[in-house]
Ligand binder design. Structure first.
Ligand code: OGA
Ligand code: NI
Length: 350
């Protein structure tokens, strides 16, 4: 039996039959990296595809994305070596209440423990964040990555991977801006001094995969997530059309992209951050690597004024990103027994 902390309430347990994703668009980015990348017609076609995917699904997969496969192979290999270490070794780089970076195996999503272990690092070393989620007037905390001694290539493999995916993430952000009829660089300024972090997720085989989840249902808090997954599968997305949980089929050398809460707020709900979860299995371990594109801690998040109209007023009050991030991290660490902060807490009453 698995520990009761892992057991999901019956309505949140995975189904026995799997619905393979028919609903998640596959977008070919080859035109971005080819000689006709300045061709306005192919660009506008791509922008329309991205816009439709964000609006209808909140999730899509990209191929021919231009990130060298070798970067992914290297980080995956380092991650597998790291997670295979004895717990005692991994615990030397364990996350604590002061520093949320490094190894962690007791994360909770909505107060149920996830069947996974993770390793978190930031792209920028160090990254600065507010020291607590109390709103005002405090000195910044410096977050340093915690790199293990083994495997020795871990640090370089992680940072080079993150640098490679960063380019893709900003390219996607430009395409999303264009799809909202905004200038390509409209959102870039929010990311000066960004808090980008990358997570290595390791899901060990689970003896009771029908009772637990690798990650419970949640929405990603940042602007955009760029996720690499191995060939095992398990990511499920709640389909907007009918609320059905559908499996995202692994495609070699692709990324899964999803809109996070911040884009939902910036776009005033034109694009929604969609709920997703991870189902585990009793046979195979699984590895996934989400890259969370997140703004600077000081950014105040609110609907973009260009996207508002008299009959489409702001649906959210502004909130501070650093505070939001910190509240989330604290509640995942502590298992507070209350729901953690969500963007709907900032919704304007209609
Ligand atoms: C996450 C997440 C999905 C996966 O870490 O936020 O949704 O496939 N992961 O591991
Ligand atoms: Ni997620």
């Amino acid at each position: 039996m698995v520990d009761s902390a892992f057991i999901q309430a019956s309505e949140h347990r995975p189904k026995v039959s799997i619905v393979e994703a028919g609903g998640i668009p596959l977008i070919d980015l080859s035109s971005l990296n080819s000689s006709n990348s300045n061709d306005p017609e192919s660009l506008s076609g791509l922008v329309a595809e991205i816009g439709a995917a964000c609006k209808d699904c909140g999730f899509f997969q990209v191929i021919n994305h231009g990130v060298p496969l070798q970067l992914q192979e290297r980080i995956e290999s380092a991650a597998r070596k790291f997670f295979a270490l004895p717990l005692e070794e991994k615990s030397k780089v364990r996350r604590d209440e002061e520093n949320p970076l490094g190894y962690y195996d007791t994360e909770h999503t909505k107060n149920v423990r996830d069947w996974k272990e993770v390793f978190d690092f930031t792209l920028e070393e160090p990254t600065f964040i507010p020291p607590s989620h109390e709103p005002q007037g405090q000195e910044l905390q410096t977050l340093n990555n915690r790199w293990p001694h083994y495997p020795p290539e871990m640090r370089e493999a992680c940072i080079e991977y993150a640098r490679g995916v960063e380019k893709l993430a900003y390219k996607l952000l430009e395409l999303i801006s264009l799809s909202l009829n905004l200038p390509a660089d409209r959102l870039k300024g929010f990311f000066k001094g960004e808090t980008i972090f990358v997570r290595l997720n390791h899901y060990p085989p689970c003896p009771e995969p029908h009772l637990a989840l690798g990650v419970g249902r949640h929405k990603d808090a940042g602007a955009l997530t760029v996720l690499a997954q191995d060939d095992v599968g398990g990511l499920e997305v709640k389909r907007k059309a009918d609320g059905e949980w559908v499996r995202v089929k692994p495609i070699p050398n692709s990324y899964v992209i999803n809109v996070g809460d911040i884009i939902q707020v910036w776009s005033n709900d034109k694009y929604e951050s969609v709920e997703h979860r991870v189902v585990v299995n009793s046979q195979k371990e699984r590895l996934s690597i989400p890259f969370f594109l997140t703004p600077a801690f000081s950014v105040m998040v609110k609907p973009l004024k260009e996207l508002l109209q008299e009959d489409d007023p702001p649906k959210y009050k502004e909130f501070n990103w650093g505070w939001f991030l910190k509240s989330r991290k604290d509640s995942n660490f502590k298992k507070l027994g209350v729901e953690n902060v969500q963007i709907y807490h900032f919704r304007v009453a209609e």
